[in-house]
Design a protein around this ligand. Structure first.
Ligand code: NDP
Length: 246
C-alpha cells in the first residue's frame, strides 16, 4: 500500500514549477490529485495525464485563485467528483519585485488576491470537506522570513500572511485532527525564478548552501507533511531554503 492510497489532494497552480512537482510526488505516494491552473491548459493536462499514467486519478481544472467564485466552485467540484478531499496544497502564487513607488494598485490587488485571499478562500472551502487526518499545506516564501534585498515589499507582505493563516487555522482545525502548515521555499529553479536568470547568482549568495533548490525539494517536504509521518506537525513554518533565512 502506498502512503497516500485512497487520499484525494488538490494542488493549486499545479501546471508548472513547484506545484507540478508536488502534484506528481503526491500521486507517486498514492493520492489522486487535482491540479488547478490559470493559463497553461496544455501543461496542466500533461500533469494530469502523468498522474493517470501512474494509476491514480488525475484532473486538471482551470480556476483563477484570484476569483472567489472559481475557488469555491473547484473545491465543490473536487468533493463532488471524488466524494472527499484530504489534502489541500495552496501553491499558486504571483511573483512581484519592485520599489514601492513603482507598485501600482493593480499589482497590489493581483498579488494580494492570488497569494492571500485565494489561499484563505481555498482553506475555508476545503475545511468544510476535510475529515480527521486532513492536511493543509501552504507555500509561503523565505522572503516572509528575511528580506535580504530591496524590492520585495509587496511580495513579502503577501507571503507573511501565509504564516498567520497557517498558525491560526492550526489552532482552529486541530481539534478536528487536521494539520495546517506553511513551507517557506528559498530560491527554487522554476519559470518564476530560473536558476540561470539574471538575478540567480545574487539570490544564491544569500543562501548558506550557495545555490538554488529544485521543485522536488519542496515536494518532498509537502509529502512528509501530507502523510502519516506528519501527523504531529501543525502550525509549523518549515524552511526549505538552502539557509536563505538563517
Ligand atoms: P511558477 O510561476 O513557475 O508557477 C506558478 C503556478 O501557479 C503555475 O501553475 C500557474 O498556473 C499557477 N498560478 C499562478 N497564478 C495563478 C492564479 N491566479 N490562479 C491559478 N493558478 C495560478 O511558480 P513557482 O513554481 O516558482 O512558485 C510556486 C509557489 O512557490 C508560489 O506561491 C511562489 O510564490 C512560491 N515560491 C517560489 C519560489 C521560487 O524561487 N520559485 C521561492 C519562494 C516561494 P499557469 O501555469 O496556468 O500560469
Amino acid at each position: 500500500l502506498a502512503k497516500l492510497d485512497g487520499k484525494v489532494a488538490l494542488v493549486t497552480g499545479g501546471s508548472r514549477g513547484i506545484g507540478e512537482a508536488v502534484a506528481l510526488r503526491l500521486a507517486e505516494d498514492g493520492a489522486d490529485v487535482v491540479v488547478t491552473y490559470l493559463g497553461s491548459a496544455e501543461r496542466a493536462e500533461a500533469v494530469a495525464a502523468k498522474i493517470t499514467a501512474m494509476g491514480r486519478r488525475g484532473w486538471a481544472v482551470r480556476a483563477d485563485s484570484a476569483d472567489p467564485q472559481e475557488v469555491r466552485a473547484v473545491v465543490a467540484a473536487v468533493a463532488e467528483r471524488f466524494g472527499r478531499l484530504d489534502i489541500l496544497v495552496n501553491n499558486a502564487g504571483a511573483g512581484f519585485m519592485g520599489p514601492i513607488e513603482d507598485t501600482g494598485l493593480a499589482d497590489i490587488d493581483r498579488v494580494l488576491e492570488t497569494n492571500v485571499r485565494g489561499p484563505y478562500l481555498f482553506a475555508q472551502a476545503a475545511a468544510a470537506h476535510l475529515a480527521e487526518g486532513g492536511r493543509i499545506v501552504t507555500i509561503g516564501s523565505c522572503m516572509a522570513k528575511r528580506t535580504a534585498f530591496a524590492g520585495g515589499s509587496l511580495y513579502a507582505t503577501s507571503k507573511a500572511a501565509t504564516i498567520g493563516l497557517s498558525k491560526a487555522l492550526a489552532r482552529e482545525l486541530g481539534p478536528r485532527g487536521i494539520t495546517v502548515n506553511v513551507i517557506h521555499p528559498g530560491p527554487i529553479d522554476t519559470d518564476m525564478n530560473p536558476a540561470d536568470g539574471p538575478g540567480a547568482e545574487f539570490q544564491s549568495g544569500f543562501t548558506a548552501l550557495g545555490g538554488f533548490g529544485r521543485p522536488s525539494d519542496i515536494a518532498a517536504t509537502v509529502a512528509h507533511l501530507a502523510g502519516e509521518d506528519g501527523r504531529y506537525i501543525t502550525g509549523a513554518e518549515i524552511a526549505v531554503d538552502g539557509g536563505f533565512a538563517v
